[in-house]
Design a protein around this ligand. Structure first.
Ligand code: NAD
Ligand code: LMR
Length: 338
């Protein structure tokens, strides 16, 4: 009951569960037992474009699967235990990865690198072996490094397709949209904000000047909202006080991005959203992964959009983003030996 009314509410709010075509898809969640994994699995179970859900974790996934499988939507759900990763990946078209440790107060996302890099590398290795055609959506932090790790791991296995590897930066977009709506008193449906760069502090670059509501914000209000968008994750980490980072808003953002990809895969035209992908935009500066608006289509990445005109303030934000992003990307590549 809750799931159906929640799904209806979410659909009307945000097109979270919008579907324009009949073809459906098998989706795996790796890390399904976690703080993000559980609500993400719930939301994906409610997505009509997901025909089958494969839930894997080193602990707890069969329990989550049993629970979620009772929801009265049409998709099948199966849970897999720690030693069943290959079985979990059999026949999947989309793999969402929220596996890994979250931050505690005082930590940066980069502090998670030592633990999460090998988790993500090992999962990518399994995807490359069992379902090399799958689209991989990376949520695990630090995204600026874990996405290059996935790409280089697949490249080493000879199965990397840059159209099929995505860093999920949608939470930055969701936050920017919500915070702008709060400041302006507008409906969030009317305040979408493009966010480019990467996913950590100064690498998060909101392009408020490209929004009719956003461009009206100046001075101290501008500084405040930009800081809130760049450090929104810290707000949640602080409020949870040692119990982890954003899980519910992330599950929402992850389900929303997954639905966008599925709509693109099923042939819907004009599905455009920011995501962190292998990108030519700043490759001449040695930054070959970047988040910008990307059109999603039947093969994944259809078209990478230019970032468009920037205000002088945004030029400064971008200048601060690029060197940090370059370091994070290089760290991920070096981990895989690239
Ligand atoms: P969590 O600790 O609640 O859950 C992580 C889950 O991963 C656990 O269930 C754990 O058992 C599982 N796991 C660990 N190693 C695994 C492996 N090898 N294979 C499969 N599963 C494994 O953490 P969380 O709050 O769900 O956060 C997960 C990750 O997502 C963190 O790295 C966090 O920083 C990141 N995150 C990213 C964003 C974003 O915007 N991209 C937002 C929020 C959180
Ligand atoms: C977020 O933006 O909420 C996530 O990246 C989690 C974090 O560590 O802040």
């Amino acid at each position: 009951m809750f799931a159906r009314s929640a799904a209806r509410a979410l659909k009307s709010q945000s097109r979270l569960f919008s579907s324009s075509a009949a073809r459906q898809t098998k989706v795996a969640v790796l890390g399904a037992g976690g703080g993000i994994g559980q609500p993400l699995s719930l939301l994906l179970k409610c997505d009509p474009l997901v025909s089958s859900l494969s839930l894997y974790d080193i602990r707890g996934a069969p329990g989550v699967a049993a629970d979620v499988s009772h929801i009265d939507s049409s998709g099948d759900v199966k849970g897999y235990a720690a030693d069943q990763l290959d079985a979990a990946l059999e026949g999947v078209k989309v793999v969402v990865i929220p596996a890994g440790v979250p931050r505690k107060p005082g930590m940066t996302r980069d502090d998670l690198f030592n633990t999460n890099a090998s988790i993500v590398r090992d999962l990518a290795t399994a995807v490359g072996r069992v379902s090399p055609e799958a689209h991989i959506l990376v949520i695990s932090n630090p995204v600026n490094s874990t996405v290059p790790i996935v790409a280089e791991t697949l490249a080493k296995a000879g199965v990397f397709d840059p159209k099929r590897v995505f860093g999920v930066t949608s939470l930055d977009v969701v936050r920017a949209t919500r915070f702008l709506a709060e400041v302006t008193g507008a409906d969030p449906a009317n305040t979408p904000v493009t966010v480019v760069g990467g996913h950590s502090g100064p690498t998060i670059v909101p392009l408020l000047s490209q929004s009719s509501y956003g461009k009206a914000i100046t001075g101290e209000s501008y500084e405040k909202i930009v800081h809130r968008i760049q450090y929104g994750g810290d707000e949640v980490v602080k409020a949870k006080d040692g119990a982890g980072s954003a899980t519910l808003s992330m599950a929402y953002a992850g389900a929303k991005f997954t639905n966008s990809l599925l709509r693109g895969l099923t042939g819907e035209k004009g599905v455009v959203t920011p995501t962190f992908v292998k990108s030519p935009l700043f490759a001449d500066q040695g930054i070959d992964f970047f988040s910008s608006n990307v059109e999603l289509g039947p093969n994944g990445v259809e078209k990478i959009h230019e970032i468009g005109p920037l205000s002088p303030e945004e030029e400064k934000l971008l200048a601060a983003c690029l060197p940090e992003l370059k370091k994070n990307i290089q760290k991920g590549k070096s981990f895989v030996g690239a």
